[in-house]
Design a protein around this ligand. Sequence first.
Ligand code: NAD
Ligand code: BDP
Length: 268
Amino acid sequence: MDVKLGRVVITGAAGKIGPTVREGLREEADHLVLVDTADIEPDGGAETAVNADIADRAALREAFSGADAIVHLAGIAEEGPLDDLLDANVRGSLNVLEAARQAGVERIVLFSSNRVTGNYPIHHHVFPDEPPRPDGFYGVSKVAEEALGQLYADTFGLQVVALRAGSFEQRPTETRHLATWLSPRDCVGFVRAALTAPNVNFVAAYAVSGNARRFWDLSVGDGDLGYRPVDDASAYAAEFPDDDPFWHGGPQGGDFAGPQALLPHLGE
Ligand SMILES: NC(=O)c1ccc[n+]([C@@H]2O[C@H](COP(=O)([O-])OP(=O)(O)OC[C@H]3O[C@@H](n4cnc5c(N)ncnc54)[C@H](O)[C@@H]3O)[C@@H](O)[C@H]2O)c1
Ligand SMILES: O=C(O)[C@H]1O[C@@H](O)[C@H](O)[C@@H](O)[C@@H]1O
């Protein structure tokens, strides 16, 4: 399929997921703008690296100038103190959305997380339009990030896709991943679909491989991103015990959920 993506910005391009998205979009994008606080070596004339913090709205506006789309990965990707998460994931995402509006960028793909619904029990099949049930402060920050995306879509007509990514790994490394794994190629598939799906206003969709044991529905309410994942963690099932206590019940977030995960971040 001959898809042209134009000039695409990737924030957080130096992290765990960034290099896979960068590699996956390289062919179809005219130019990639790679934003991160970490140093990135750009590839010849096809890429530009911008060393910027998403706290700096003016720097983002400059980096977004002339862009057709943004894939927003930058932020804190794990549980932590709420203040830190509010700064990085909520205020940072507002800066990305506002700089995008000012720069006239049409479409933004926000990397949300399955952890916005991580406190649903494992036996509950979750549809993307069910109420959030975050498994910690990180999930709360991603609920707010999605809400900002919805606000910017409703108020300013930005096209926003919030991808609720599963567990991005080269391969499953623990029992829970039999349900939650997002393979690198499916990650690229979901991002490409999020960048090209027609008639997008606001869409929240799970991005998870086609794992037979997955918890999340891949239909997306009014719309359809049009991507069907190709990998399935079942191929690795023999590596993990069938009677693992994870399958007995409990939250979809597994060890990410519960008092032992939250209490260390509550302070005094
Ligand atoms: N890894 C996963 O399995 C997973 C699953 C669901 C959602 N997500 C989301 O996907 C995104 C990327 O995740 P990741 O695993 O690659 O995270 P990561 O921590 O490996 O990478 C994040 C990148 O963002 C950069 N960054 C952090 N704060 C920044 C700031 N203030 N300004 C500019 N750059 C900043 C970091 O330098 C890093 O390169 C995150 O938003 C995360 O919440 C990840
Ligand atoms: O649910 C998961 O496994 C993943 O959720 C993501 O949001 C987190 O960034 C990642 O660290 C977790 O591994």
